[in-house]
Design a protein. Structure first.
Length: 263
């Protein structure tokens, strides 16, 4: 049975403040995993934290901004810029490499995934929630733009909550989409599958890609992919393991533009 969510209760309370809501909502686990949600004048403008900050960033760019090659991007992570990925989105918009709708889609998906991850961890252990009020001047000076925030934060929360209920209801509560599958008992599996199917599984399920990343590679929803793989897991042909995050993007100060033009 899925318990009621303290996270949803906290977010509902915050949303009731509407245009007065300006500050940082912080979530932390007993093992020092943390997330932060940034609100400005009643809008959720950004979210960060989690275990795969750079892996998820590459995934969002590939999904919504496929014309961007992150291997050729150089943006400086300065002391005054605590949110380099957000500032990179501003740079891409100012250079007219991407459109505003693409950036809003990236932010919305990032928020949805973070809320899902928090709901899953909250199911396993108690989390600490704190809200730190800030002035709108503070958040706008930090580089955030209200014009780029998702149109309907409540809808994103609902989508994340439904995704978690669907995931957990299928018996996947203990299986994070951030885990990476790899083959075990490979020789026995080879004997049971057609050569082409086994070859594709051995090529992709090598422990280097998370379920999120594999779903993107295979043009599938992560829930659909995970459900398809679970029978192999229960038969002992697959194992799931945590994998490290990717390295940060290298940064160059000459490529950071004045983001104040966005507001």
């Amino acid at each position: 049975m899925i318990r009621s969510s303290k996270l949803i209760e906290e977010l509902t309370t915050l949303q009731q403040q509407q245009e007065q809501l300006t500050g940082i909502f912080k979530i932390q686990s007993p093992h020092h995993r943390y997330w932060q949600l940034y609100f400005c004048l009643g809008k959720l403008v950004w979210a960060d934290g989690g275990s795969h900050i750079y892996r998820s960033w590459h995934r969002y760019i590939a999904l919504f901004c496929s014309e961007v090659n992150l291997d050729r991007i150089n943006v400086r992570d300065t002391a005054e810029s605590e949110h380099p990925h957000y500032h990179l989105l501003l740079v891409l918009l100012q250079r007219k490499i991407v459109k505003k709708e693409q950036i809003k889609a990236v932010i919305a998906q990032k928020i949805k995934d973070i809320i899902f991850d928090i709901l899953q961890l909250e199911y396993k252990q108690p989390l600490q929630y704190t809200y730190q009020p800030q002035s709108s001047h503070f958040l706008l000076k930090a580089g955030f733009s209200i014009s780029l925030c998702p149109d309907n934060f409540a809808a994103i929360v609902t989508q994340a909550q439904l995704a978690w209920y669907t995931w957990a209801g299928k018996g996947l509560a203990a299986c994070s989409p951030n885990l990476a599958p790899s083959l075990k008992n490979a020789q026995k599996l080879r004997q049971e599958l057609p050569p082409l199917i086994y070859h594709n599984m051995a090529r992709l399920l090598n422990g280097q890609y998370s379920l999120h990343e594999l779903a993107l590679k295979m043009d599938m929803e992560v829930f659909e992919l995970t459900c398809a793989l679970m029978p192999y897991f229960f038969k002992g042909y697959l194992k799931l393991a945590e994998i490290p995050d990717l390295s940060p993007i290298v940064i160059n100060s000459d490529d950071v533009l004045n983001s104040s033009l966005i507001f």
